[in-house]
Write a protein that binds this ligand. Structure first.
Ligand code: BES
Ligand code: ZN
Ligand code: ZN
Length: 505
């Protein structure tokens, strides 16, 4: 989709439709809506007055400009109540608008950017929200289709019509595009089928992304992982003919004197469960088990595009989890990079195994903080549902920042407790700890397992995104399928990054 900022006139601008906004039960029209209303014989005011359009959030109505304007349609979109309005609500409203037009095969829209003093967002935030929302809602994955290509509906052009300050809009529009591209990348990587997204293929693709973004890239292959002693990562990888690969991304800003924030992403390219094999039903969904990895790659691409003044390292263990004659087994004791011996109770708890070594490895960077993202447990979905990530960790300030970032990005994250008393559930009879206890507090026991591998004294947060990596039905900003969960959240966290205080839990 082309996005252009135009300083122009509503009468001469040409597209299939205007996108105009209105707050629920607002006596006043927004200035942008009023300007078009005046040009079309007050039809907008009339439908509102007649009670045919209330302006509820995402309520919409198509009107015709009756020949008085070059753009002949008006898509009137509800923003909901002013008191409940947020950038997220505007992102959703724009997403819904462009999707509606795309479905009608009207692929060019002009959006007069609300600018008046009474609009609750600043002009630059408004432009950013419109572009990001529009792009996210239009996402589709068509790479693997070979038939009926004519039926794929594209959206071609969004014109942001600015009355004044149009110069100020280029920055926010570019920022929104960068964010959307990072989320698109994460969605693409998660959507790719597991035969076309093996550890080798994904590592190569991430290498290309890194090169384009100017981010340092290193691959820890099997030989290096063996030399380092990454026993837990290698144990999971050994069941597959596809070699496991640990990707290291290192974004260094030009002025780089602070220690980095390390992002760790679970990159299981297919989780069959291994010897503790999963039921056949819905097993195909386990191609999504690298959504944490995809979020880290997407976020680092955005961080680099925005040239944030903070070093950010990404650690991504990529492997399949398959059963075979070489696979690790329940009962095996695995010597991890940290030195801790892990008794494998269930090979399907493979995410925590590969993350254990990645978390230990993160210690090399003496980071200011570590954040990991993982589609880790079905138990988290049971606890919080499909749309909410479980949030746990060791540093209240970091956890608070993540929750706040989620509120801004519209990605829901919610805390679960992580008292050390849960660790007694993970004690092993033969080794230092076991990888699984029973079903109780499954999301928390997974996190308490991870905590044992977090380098001493480093603030750490863990997001269990098992539920929210995929969207079942489709929402305005998230078409059905991979969500790209975590990219926006991580970028928000890193955007205004300040060193964490001294208070550690
Ligand atoms: N990848 C799964 C978790 C998962 C489940 C992600 C549902 C997305 C949707 C993970 O590796 C797993 O299999 N976890 C087990 C842990 C159990 C063996 C303790 C689970 O949740 O059942
Ligand atoms: Zn598993
Ligand atoms: Zn898994």
């Amino acid at each position: 989709m082309d996005i252009n900022i135009l300083k122009g006139d509503i009468t001469t601008v040409e597209a299939e439709a205007f996108v105009l906004f209105h707050f629920e039960q607002d006596d006043r029209l927004l200035e942008t809506t009023a300007a078009v209303n005046d040009a079309v014989g007050s039809i907008i005011a009339q439908v509102i007055e007649a009670g045919d359009f209330r302006g509820e959030h995402l309520e919409h109505l198509l009107l015709y400009s009756q020949g008085s304007l070059k753009t002949k349609r008006i898509l009137l979109m509800g923003l909901g109540k002013r008191e409940e309005f947020s950038a997220h609500a505007l992102r959703e409203a724009t997403a819904q608008s462009l999707r509606t037009l795309r479905d009608r095969r009207q692929p060019r829209a002009v959006l007069p950017i609300p600018f008046d003093g009474e609009f609750p967002l600043e002009l630059s935030d408004t432009a950013e929200a419109c572009v990001l929302g529009g792009m996210l809602g239009l996402y589709q994955f068509t790479e693997l289709r070979t038939r009926d290509l004519d039926n794929i509906k594209d959206f071609d052009s969004l014109i942001i019509l600015a009355q004044k300050n149009s110069k100020k809009l280029a920055g926010p529009v570019d920022r929104a595009k960068a964010m959307a591209n990072g989320i698109y990348l994460a969605r693409d990587l998660v959507t790719l089928p597991p035969n076309l997204a093996t550890p080798t293929i994904l590592a190569k693709r991430v290498g290309e992304v890194a090169e384009q973004a100017g981010v340092n890239f290193h691959l820890i292959d099997k030989g290096e992982a063996e030399k380092l002693g990454m026993g837990a990562f290698l144990a999971v990888a050994q069941g597959s003919d596809e070699p496991g690969l640990m990707v290291v991304l290192d974004y260094k800003p030009s002025k780089d004197d602070e220690p980095p924030v390390v992002l760790v992403g679970k990159g299981i390219t297919f989780d069959s469960g291994g010897i503790s094999i999963k039921p056949a039903k819905d097993m195909d969904r386990m191609k999504h088990d690298m959504a944490g990895a995809a979020a880290v790659v997407g976020a680092i691409q955005v961080v680099a595009a925005l040239e944030l003044p903070l070093r950010v390292v990404g650690l991504i263990p990529f492997t399949e989890n398959l059963p075979s004659g070489k696979a690790y087994k329940p009962g095996d004791v695995i010597h991890s990079l940290s030195g801790l011996n892990i008794e494998v109770i269930n090979t399907d708890a493979e995410g925590r195994m590969i993350l254990a070594d990645a978390l230990t490895y993160a210690g090399r960077y003496e980071p200011q903080a570590i954040v990991d993202l993982a589609t880790l447990t079905g138990a988290c979905v049971v606890a919080l549902g499909d749309d909410v990530a479980g949030l746990m960790g060791t540093d209240d300030e970091l956890l608070g920042r993540l929750q706040a970032a989620g509120e801004e990005s519209g990605e829901k994250v919610w805390p679960l407790p992580l008292w050390d008393s849960y660790f007694k559930l993970m004690k092993s009879d033969v080794a230092d700890l076991k990888n699984v206890d029973g079903r109780k507090a499954g999301a928390i026991t997974a996190a308490i397992f991870l905590k044992q591998f977090v380098p001493d004294g480093v603030p750490w947060a863990h997001l269990d995104i098992a539920g929210c990596a995929r969207e079942e039905k489709g929402k305005p900003l998230v078409p059905k399928g991979a969500t790209g969960m975590g990219v926006h959240l991580l970028v928000r966290l890193l955007q205004e990054w300040q060193p964490l205080g001294e208070d550690k839990r």
